[in-house]
Design a protein around this ligand. Structure first.
Ligand SMILES: *Cc1c(COP(=O)(O)O)cnc(C)c1O
Length: 495
């Protein structure tokens, strides 16, 4: 059966998976969604004996139906190899009675590696399949982790260039250093004076700029997106929910068909949306617990049915979740509106014009799989401290937001179904906040702090951190939020 992709904003013609991956965003500004969510063809029990790569194939082949077996397997093999520091790729740890799905064992020690290790291969394969002659220019806005993971994935991939914009001062020093030291002939990294939402809006505007598109084509380029709106990001993220359920079965932590809850620290809504798709595919997931930091726009949405981004933007210790416009939520809105593009489109227009929209009571009923809550900065730090002092398990602030929200969920609902808490970054990516939470605040630089954290916890410093310690800074351009277009034109020689 072949799955096609259509825009969340109009009933236009559906495109193939490879076309959707190449385009990133639909021409009308909508997001591509599968015309149907496929089911798993193999039982979870049978998948429990398989490797990560084998599960990845079993899941992704259902979505990327215009890729041949050979093409898809080649992409998977190139992505999930020894760039990861464990052959398990996505190991599960148990601490304090809960399971933590560690998605930070890839090249840049955050969960974005799970999808961005494979996206460049999916994209270059898609370009070949569609006889694309232009060079692909990846344009990305990052709140910290996407940028580095995309740079690492696309660096020196033939036929591509990548330009990353990040909010100067809005990412951790280690995140920034990871990006500005990135090697590769085809990479550019630019800081903007502004926050992540401004960077993201700037990128969206560049994608929508028809005159710029013409100029690009004439010069032999075309834009594509590595942001989590690309279905080439979303589909690989479904894999680890299937894999982790199968893994829990394998180790006897759950019985066959036992339902579990998943707890996801959420920003752009990509990761938790993948869990929602995994559930629709047949993974026995009960509640999808959406954890926010003090930028609690999603919590407010789930509790009131109103999405309202008109509020102050808070800089927190979990910067990859400092987001007021959760782009991927649009796919859920489309779905709960009954796959109705028109219903979705006017809400997204309202979001642009008034900064908010609301949903009907029927749509709210369709959200019952979800539970939303948030963690304050203080609660987040407490959770890190407590989990480490009581159970010797160290987590980063994003994961701690999830762990905190999970506690709130349990005390509110008394639901003790087994929980899989999604762990999205290595504690070494946010060393300063983690040390502060452990009561070891200091003025020392982040690398010295990493040494101290290592001495304290006995957890080895990841290679990704060791490497950037001495690497030279290769990118130091900074621009205003309204100067992004000029930068892109300069880099591509269009000015
Ligand atoms: C990106 C990111 C998140 C948020 O994921 P979304 O898919 O945007 O919801 C959470 N934690 C970390 C460490 C991240 O990098």
């Amino acid at each position: 059966m072949s799955i096609l992709y259509q825009s969340t904003r109009s009933e236009g013609e559906a495109v193939t998976a490879s076309e959707a991956i190449l385009q990133g965003l639909a021409p009308d500004g909508g997001l591509y969604v599968p015309t149907e969510i496929p089911t798993l063809k193999e039982s979870l029990k049978s998948l429990s004996t398989k490797s990560y790569r084998e599960v990845a194939y079993a899941v992704m082949k259902e979505y990327l139906t215009d890729f041949t077996e050979e093409e898809l397997k080649a992409c998977i093999d190139q992505a999930y190899d020894d760039k990861f520091d464990t052959p398990e790729i996505a190991p599960i740890a148990k601490a304090g009675g809960d399971y933590y799905l560690e998605l930070y064992h890839g090249a840049t020690i955050a969960f974005k590696d799970m999808a961005l290790s494979i996206l460049p291969h999916l994209m270059t394969t898609a370009a070949k399949k569609n006889h694309v002659k232009e060079q692909i220019v990846i344009l990305t806005a990052t709140s910290g982790d996407t940028g580095k993971a995309a740079l690492a994935g696309f660096a020196d991939v033939p036929g591509t260039k990548i330009i990353v914009f990040y909010p100067k001062g809005g990412v951790s020093p280690i995140q920034e250093r990871q990006m500005v030291t990135q090697k590769g002939e085809n990479v550019s990294v630019i800081g903007i004076h502004g926050n992540f939402d401004q960077a993201q809006t700037g990128v969206k505007n560049l994608f929508a700029d028809e005159a710029l598109k013409e100029k690009l084509l004439a010069a032999g380029y075309r834009f594509s997106s590595a942001n989590s709106i690309n279905i080439g990001r979303l589909v690989p993220q479904i894999v680890y929910y299937v894999y982790s359920y199968a893994h829990l079965l394998k180790i006897g932590a759950i019985k066959n068909r036992e339902v579990i809850n998943v707890v996801v620290p959420t920003g752009n809504f990509g990761n938790i949306l993948a869990a929602y798709y995994a559930k629709q595919m047949g993974v026995p997931i009960d509640r999808l617990i959406c954890a926010s930091n003090e930028n609690r726009v999603l919590y407010d949405f789930f509790t009131t049915g109103v999405y309202d981004k008109n509020r102050d933007f808070v800089l927190t210790s979990s910067p990859s979740m400092d987001i007021l416009v959760s782009s991927n939520l649009e796919r859920l809105i489309y779905r709960i509106a009954g796959d109705d593009a028109e219903q979705n489109a006017w809400r997204m227009k309202s979001l642009v014009r008034y900064g908010k929209y609301d949903i009907t009571s029927l749509m709210r009923e369709r959200l019952e799989d979800f539970y939303g809550n948030y963690a304050t900065e203080e609660e987040t730090a407490q959770t890190i401290n407590q989990l480490f002092s009581e159970h010797g398990y160290l987590i980063d602030p994003h994961t701690a937001v999830a762990a905190t929200v999970y506690r709130k969920y349990v005390s509110e609902t008394a639901d003790r179904e087994k929980a899989l808490i999604v762990s999205t970054a290595s504690p070494y990516k946010f060393t300063r906040s983690v040390m502060q939470a452990l009561g070891k605040e200091s003025d020392e630089d982040d690398f010295t702090l990493a040494d101290r954290l290592c001495a304290l916890s006995g957890i080895e410093i990841p290679k990704a951190v060791k490497e950037i310690r001495t690497a030279p800074v290769l990118h130091d351009t900074v621009c205003e939020a309204d100067g992004m277009k000029a930068e892109v034109e300069r880099i591509l020689g269009l000015a």
